[in-house]
Structures are given as structure tokens and as C-alpha cells.
Design a protein around this ligand. Structure first.
Ligand code: C5P
Length: 244
């Protein structure tokens, strides 16, 4: 597989064409951002950890019947994925109140929820990714009603399977963001990444009354280095993958 011209540069990844029109080359960078790019840092080792973690998660999901754009990891920082047309949506699933949800509704972080919550944001840096509901998604032609139903079905299934995966490594999956796209032949598939940049992951080792953050909140909230936490997640997922 040959890496060709750069197609897109995001906050944490670069995307290149390959000699296969259906396959793209993703390079994970060391850049960490928060607050829509307001806080930005290079963190040595982050790219390779996220590349490894998302590769493991896509493989563990596949073993549980969830397909994705992932083809294979090619080196420490790079992987191959299927080319997709993305829906301009940030698809958020929540199992425990935290982050913007806790703030919006005035509940304490860590509050148990009676059921998982599916939320959508319209992906737009200029607008700051505003919250959007199902009717507006269809009205603005961001997805058809049928596509949206399929996106929602997959998001809930992915939440179920991911919760299982993180339970198996003794981590609580508090919430996460995914992105979904469509292949040229109309298959709706999980895409982008699933990493501690895009999930809230709480360990169970914290002192009483304290949360053990194993995710990007360490960076967002200046709580310490993300690297040991990401290494811990990678090592536990690696061990789980080997047991299966
Ligand atoms: O900030 P908020 O509570 O809405 O985030 C919910 C989840 O979505 C968190 O796991 C966060 O990491 C993820 N997220 C993301 N990218 C964004 C916004 C949120 O990965 N732009």
C-alpha cells in the first residue's frame, strides 16, 4: 500500500490517499487540543498510543459483531481505513453524568443515569459543534430519517459492546463520542477513532470521593500527564485482546 497526497489535517490526525481509491491512510499525531483548539500541546507518545488503542478497540468490536472502517494498523502511528463520506455529526453516548451534560442539567459528575443517553452535535468548528436534535438533522439534510435511524441503532449497540469491553478491563465507560459515515456502496459504518481522547474512562483506584481519570480530562482539566493513563488503557486492552 502506497501513501499518497494529504487529503485532510485534523486536530489529532492526518489523512492521506493511497493507491487504492477505497482505502485511506491515517496518521495519528501527538497534538492534543481542548476547548475547540483553545488549548493546544504536543504530547510525545500520544499518537502511537491512540493508534494502538483505537486499532485494538476496532478489533474487539469486530469480534462482537460491530463492523467499522478499520482495515489494519500498519506501523506505530499509522493505520489503513476504508474511505467514507462522513455524516457531519458528533454522536455522543452517555452512561453516567459528566462533562457538558452534568453542567447543562446541574447534576453532579458521577450521577447514575436511569438509561443511556444518545445526543448529537452538528460538527462545525465555526459554530463550536452545537447541540442538534433528530428533526433538525433531517430538516438540514445532514442525514435522511432512515440513515439517522441506522446511526442511532449502531450508536446504542456500540455503547453496549464498548461498555462490555471496558468492564472486562475494570474501567467504567462514562461517555464517548463517535463518528459514522457511509461507504461508496451505501454501507453505514463506525469510523474515526475510539480512544481516551474521545471517551471518558474512569478507573476504580482513586481515593474515596475522587475520580480516577484515565482519559483526556487529565489534559482538559490540567490534572496531570495523559501518557501513563493512556499506557494503562493500552496495556489492559492488549491483555484482553490476547485472552480472546
Ligand atoms: O464535553 P462532553 O461532556 O459533551 O463530552 C462527551 C464525550 O464526548 C466525552 O467522552 C468527550 O471526550 C467526547 N467528545 C469528543 N469530542 C468533542 C466533544 C466531546 O470526543 N468534540
Amino acid at each position: 500500500m502506497e501513501k499518497q497526497q494529504k487529503l485532510y489535517e485534523g486536530k489529532a490526525k492526518k489523512l492521506y490517499a493511497t493507491d487504492d481509491p477505497d482505502v485511506l491512510w491515517v496518521e495519528y499525531s501527538n497534538q492534543a487540543t481542548a476547548g475547540n483548539g483553545a488549548k493546544k500541546e504536543q504530547i510525545e507518545g500520544k499518537g502511537k498510543l491512540n493508534n494502538r488503542i483505537t486499532s485494538l478497540i476496532f478489533a474487539l468490536l469486530k469480534a462482537r459483531g460491530v463492523q467499522s472502517h478499520f482495515v489494519r494498523q500498519i506501523n506505530e502511528t499509522d493505520q489503513l481505513v476504508r474511505r467514507m463520506t462522513m455524516f457531519p455529526l458528533e454522536i455522543i453516548m452517555r452512561n453516567v453524568a459528566a462533562g457538558s451534560f452534568a453542567k447543562r442539567y446541574g447534576v453532579a459528575e458521577g450521577t447514575e443515569l436511569a438509561q443511556p443517553i444518545l445526543e448529537f452535535c452538528y460538527k462545525s468548528d465555526d459554530l463550536g459543534d452545537p447541540f442538534i436534535n433528530d428533526d433538525a438533522i433531517v430538516a438540514l439534510r445532514l442525514a435522511t430519517a432512515e440513515q439517522l435511524a441506522e446511526i442511532s441503532r449502531q450508536a446504542r449497540l456500540i455503547n453496549e459492546k464498548l461498555t462490555e469491553i471496558f468492564q472486562a478491563i475494570d474501567v467504567t465507560l462514562v461517555d464517548f463520542k463517535i463518528e459514522i459515515g457511509e461507504t461508496s456502496d451505501g454501507q453505514i459504518l463506525l469510523a474515526d477513532e475510539i480512544t481516551p481522547d474521545t471517551c471518558r474512562l474512569w478507573g476504580h483506584d482513586a481515593a474515596q470521593g475522587q475520580i480516577e481519570h484515565l482519559d483526556k480530562d487529565l489534559f482538559r482539566r490540567d490534572l496531570g500527564s495523559i501518557i501513563p493513563a493512556y499506557e494503562e488503557i493500552a496495556a489492559r486492552l492488549e491483555a484482553l485482546a490476547q485472552r480472546e
